[in-house]
Ligand binder design. Structure first.
Ligand SMILES: [Zn+2]
Length: 803
């Protein structure tokens, strides 16, 4: 009954006049050709979008239900007993994002069952909305006992962690997408009611607060575009302008509140928050004509591209605050490079292009899209990366679900929109930005045109475009010549190709070499086009070796392979002994490209020769072997179980990690007081850290335990005599949660009993070095280290050698 009453009120809202046609207000000078007009039927993206629709969207809906996301709405609507909440105050957004994704997917392929299911979700969302438009299940379920991040009053902790406005932002994006896909206003009306409440509550002289996690600015801009309600645009601008220190309160870098947005020049803090904000600044600049944001985002863009971006396009180097690191701080194994940050990087670079019309932004967009973003989802569409590391010793694998599921639901909404990045237009200029076989219906002021692309990109650089205007018409084609085809992997000098291959780019029109000017990275073809005109672009797709700026210490003496837009990596299953960290390849090694149809859904692999090194037990000398080396596209790694992987291949032996010698420790079964997590392999990986806080390579830890007695244990394959232990502690003070232990003791197994060793010499407990302890020799089959954690901290171990 209650549901019915609420529903009536939702649907009886006065219906606004919606602006549906071409933008009637100021907006980006360049407009994307909507994804609904670009029908992609290639062998690369079309199958990925199909898997997203067939597997990822239904799985994400099912997992959201299983993990209580829908129960939150049911409880807020009083349709389910109890006041339990899920873990995070942004959990409602998973439902919004998957509705957005489902809406896009339904525009590509009708799906009445999905449509009906989404309608039922929208009914529940509407029922969970409070009378005045407030929609945030984490308060509504039990306002007297809100989640600890939420605060006792609405908006009280918005600048910190309540995420009330973040939820609204994703609601707005979903509502616009759903309306555009189905023509139904059910979710849109819910969004409008919520947005009207925000307009009522926020502003100068009202709640003068900025969003703790940006995205509502983008959502309001979208809602403004469809409703024409200027209050939404004004509010989005307010949310940007109010950010910064105020009233004697110093803002945080973490959420970009350390300065006014127009005074910011560097990318700092939480990478997703930041990049959504830069995206919003571009939106608001475009929609208002206010140029004051442009200086800031132009400078920040340079900072990211010159100093803070992985070769995969990933951004946000450190897990510490999910944040941008210092300039050139780009660790590989501990790279954070969150999938959401890659998605945000695509959004932002697309906006920068729409503002400036320069192909350098599409170069960054394409790099991110084909590498650090696509790696976020498995080929099967049901496993996901949150961080996207550039090296692994098997400790990274995609998961089916995360308690913080942002990257998963974000992927569902991103993938169907990919065709929307292929073309853009500005009056009678048609931009061709990305290459994928497709047929597109495009309306220019000059008239309607069908454009067909035929290509085997990204495996091959030949692209054929057939232009079919309804009538012979003058217009300009601006075809992007990618930076990678002009010896420039990225704008700026963060990465460079090792050799200048500089093969010529050929562009023909109807079989004749075309004369063209290169303008902002585009080949400009201006003429009277007629039906059947054919353009062929041949991009020289060479296998390049890329090196990083000398200040990126993690990539020193290393290169990575790139071919076309794809960055490559070495992965265990394709290489000898299933390991790759021990491989060195010369910078001049010839590389062969081979298409393998049966591997990882069909990929071009790279084949070359290299040298691998192994340690020996009783000698410092390394055993070297020449071997075949094979590389696969980075996006396709981690689809064959836990594997060794590296993107940056050593060309100097000193940068490689020799395969461990079969020591007592490395051949033992390792266990601990917390079971056998994957990180236990780090104890005997013979990888010495730089110092105790070095988090770039695997380490084992007991966090968040403290003040307890724990252990690690080696079970030897056979009886061994041992007389020495060397342990290198993990200690990430002063910020992290691990410190050197209060004390530790060693035991050996005698029969069924654990007997303490008789210590001869112990050099104490200290960080940043091995702590050696010698004892009277014992013959045993198992050895144990008991560790007393400090009162207030956990402890971790980099390496534990037993001799
Ligand atoms: Zn995420």
């Amino acid at each position: 009954m209650r549901l019915k009453r609420i529903l009536t009120s939702v649907f009886s809202l006065s219906v606004l006049t919606l602006h549906t046609g071409i933008a009637q207000h100021k907006d980006y000078p360049i407009q994307p050709v909507p994804f609904t007009h670009v029908h992609v039927h290639d062998n690369f993206w079309a199958p990925k979008m199909e898997v997203n629709a067939r597997v990822t969207i239904p799985t994400t809906l099912a997992k959201s239900k299983e993990h209580g996301r829908i129960d939150n709405f049911l409880r807020a609507a009083n349709l389910k007993e109890g006041d339990q909440l899920t873990q995070f105050t942004f959990d409602d957004t998973d439902i919004y994002k998957v509705i957005e994704g489902a809406s896009y997917a339904m525009q590509i392929q009708k799906n009445s069952a999905l449509d009906t299911y989404i309608d039922s979700l929208i009914t529940i969302i509407g029922a969970a909305q409070e009378k005045d438009g407030y929609l945030f299940t984490f308060r509504t379920i039990n306002p007297a006992k809100p989640h600890e991040w939420v605060g006792s009053k609405r908006w009280e902790k918005e600048e910190e962690l309540s995420h009330e406005l973040y939820n609204s932002g994703h609601l707005f994006e979903a509502a616009v997408a759903h309306y555009q896909a189905t023509g139904k206003k059910s979710l849109l009306n819910i969004a409008i009611k919520n947005a009207d409440l925000l307009v009522h509550d926020f502003g100068y002289g009202k709640e003068e607060k900025y969003p703790g996690h940006q995205v509502v600015e983008i959502g309001l801009a979208r809602l403004y575009r469809v409703t024409g309600k200027k209050e939404y645009l004004d509010l989005a601008k307010f949310f940007l302008d109010v950010r910064g220190p105020k009233g004697g309160k110093k803002g945080d870098q973490y959420n970009q509140a350390h300065k006014r947005v127009i005074d910011q020049n560097e990318a700092v803090g939480h990478a997703v928050r930041a990049t959504y904000m830069y995206t919003a600044m571009a939106d608001i600049a475009a929609l208002t004509g206010d140029k004051s944001y442009l200086q800031a985002i132009d400078n920040i863009w340079d900072d990211v591209v010159d100093k803070k971006m992985y070769i995969t396009g990933g951004i946000g180097a450190t897990g510490n605050g999910e944040a941008f690191g210092a300039p050139y701080q780009l660790p590989n194994m501990s790279a954070y490079a969150e999938t959401c940050a890659s998605i945000a990087n695509v959004y932002w670079n697309n906006r920068m292009f729409l503002l400036h019309g320069d192909s350098k932004y599409i170069d960054v967009l394409e790099r991110t899209l084909y590498n650090g973003l696509l790696s976020g989802v498995s080929l099967s569409g049901d496993h996901f990366f949150y961080p996207n590391p550039l090296a692994s010793m098997g400790q990274h694998q995609r998961g089916e679900w995360f308690s913080c599921a942002c990257c998963i639901s974000n992927m569902t909404r991103f993938l169907p929109s990919v065709p929307g990045y292929v073309y853009a237009q500005n009056n009678n200029d048609l931009y061709v930005n990305l290459f994928m076989s497709s047929s597109s219906d495009i309306s220019l002021p000059a008239g309607k045109i069908n454009v067909k692309q035929t290509t085997n990109y990204p495996w091959n650089g030949k692209i054929e475009l057939q232009v079919d205007p309804q009538k012979n018409k003058d217009f300009t084609l601006k075809i992007r010549i990618p930076g990678w085809a002009q010896q420039k992997p990225v704008p700026g000098n963060l990465y460079q190709f090792v050799t200048n291959t500089a093969a010529p780019i050929t562009l023909t029109v109807n079989g004749q070499p075309a004369k063209y000017d290169l303008d902002k990275g585009y080949a400009v073809l201006k003429r009277k086009w007629k039906k059947g005109d054919n353009i062929t672009l041949d991009l020289p797709m060479e296998t390049e070796k890329v090196v990083a700026h000398e200040q990126v210490k993690d990539d020193k003496y290393r290169f990575t392979f790139q071919r076309g837009p794809l960055v490559y990596c070495l992965e265990g299953p394709d290489n000898q002994d299933n390991v790759v960290q021990n491989i060195t390849v010369s910078k001049t090694a010839p590389v062969e490209v081979v298409y393998e149809a049966g591997l990882l859904n069909g990929i071009n692999v790279l084949k070359t020769k290299g040298v691998s090194t192994k340690r020996q037990v009783n000698s410092e000398a390394l055993i070297k072997t020449e071997q075949d080396v094979k590389a696969i596209p980075y996006y396709a790694w981690a689809n064959r179980g836990a594997t060794d992987m590296m993107v940056w291949v050593p060309y100097e032996e000193s940068a490689a990690k020799p395969k461990p010698a079969p020591t007592v420790a490395s051949t033992s079964k390792v266990s601990s007081s917390i079971g056998t997590p994957k990180s236990l392999i780090s104890l005997a990986d013979q990888y010495d850290p730089v110092d105790s806080k070095d988090a770039n390579y695997p380490y084992f830890h007991w966090w968040p335990k403290k003040n307890t007695t724990e252990f690690v244990q080696y079970d030897f394959p056979t009886e061994h005599q041992v007389s020495e232990s060397k342990v290198y502690w993990f200690d990430d003070g002063p910020w992290g949660g691990c410190r050197i232990p209060a004390s530790y003791k060693l035991y050996y197994k005698k029969g069924e009993a654990w007997v303490p060793v008789k210590v001869k010499n112990a050099d104490g407990i200290a960080k940043d070095k091995y702590n050696t302890l010698t004892f009277e020799p014992v013959k045993t089959t198992a050895f144990k280290m008991e560790v007393q954690l400090p009162t207030e901290f956990a402890t971790g171990i980099h390496e534990w050698i037993v001799k």
